[in-house]
Design a protein around this ligand. Structure first.
Ligand code: G3P
Length: 218
């Protein structure tokens, strides 16, 4: 099984910076909604990229926009020009698939986002997209069995160049259950990532270790 990777799905620069500098996430994923929620503007994208790469991001994802293939491709150009650690997100619409396919053929790192069906995932694998992002929480919100659908996507991508990067993960348990289905990559909000690193007994054990060391040193 591919080693797991965590990404932070946020444009909250303080919290993203903390996770990057701690070295616990591989990179940062964003989309227009996340940028808006983080109080950012489109004009700040280049500065965000530079900042996150300086803070240790191996990969930074920005989403192209525009609705039609030509606009997706035009806006993707600016994203690709940011640097060699950038990946372009493209929504899983008919127009988006055409843009994603062209971007893959042109050598870009491409993630197809908001993938909701196994058939869409198969199409992503067939065009050679590097990543697909299914949204677990939103699938459940829509009454779908998100865990089962994503497990099938994972099985379907095995042996292809396409990797599942699961999103809309709302608890550490979501990450763990998808990992047990073989999913390699995960992106989650800072709250979920912080919660993944925490266990009360770990904290009380650390306090005990320090107390013992103090006694040993006195
Ligand atoms: O990247 C997916 C994210 O933007 C959606 O997460 O929890 O709002 O469904 P959520």
């Amino acid at each position: 099984m591919t080693a797991p990777r965590l990404y932070v799905d946020s444009a909250d620069v303080d919290r993203v910076g903390r996770l990057l500098r701690a070295g616990v996430v591989h990179g940062v994923t964003t989309n227009p909604t996340i940028l808006e929620r983080g109080g950012r503007t489109a004009g700040e994208i280049p500065a965000l990229y530079e900042r996150w790469v300086d803070e240790g991001a191996h990969e930074v994802f920005f989403q192209t926009w525009g609705g039609d293939t030509a606009s997706f491709l035009r806006n993707a150009e600016g994203i690709r020009a940011l640097g060699d650690r950038v990946a372009v997100k493209v929504p899983a619409t008919a127009e988006g698939f055409a843009a994603a396919s062209a971007l893959v053929r042109d050598g870009a790192t491409v993630l197809v986002t908001a993938v909701y069906s196994v058939a869409q995932a198969l199409a992503c694998a067939s065009i050679g997209a590097h990543y697909i992002a299914p949204y677990l929480g939103r699938m459940r919100d829509a009454g779908m069995d998100g865990d089962a659908v994503i497990a099938q996507m994972q099985a379907m991508c095995e042996g292809s160049a396409t990797n599942v990067l699961a999103a809309s993960l709302r608890s550490p348990a979501d990450v763990v259950s998808l990992r047990l289905a073989g999913v390699p990559y995960f992106t989650a909000a800072p709250d979920v990532l912080d919660e993944m690193l925490f266990h009360p007994v770990s904290d009380s054990s650390a306090v005990e270790f320090d107390a013992a060391m103090e006694r040993l040193s006195s």
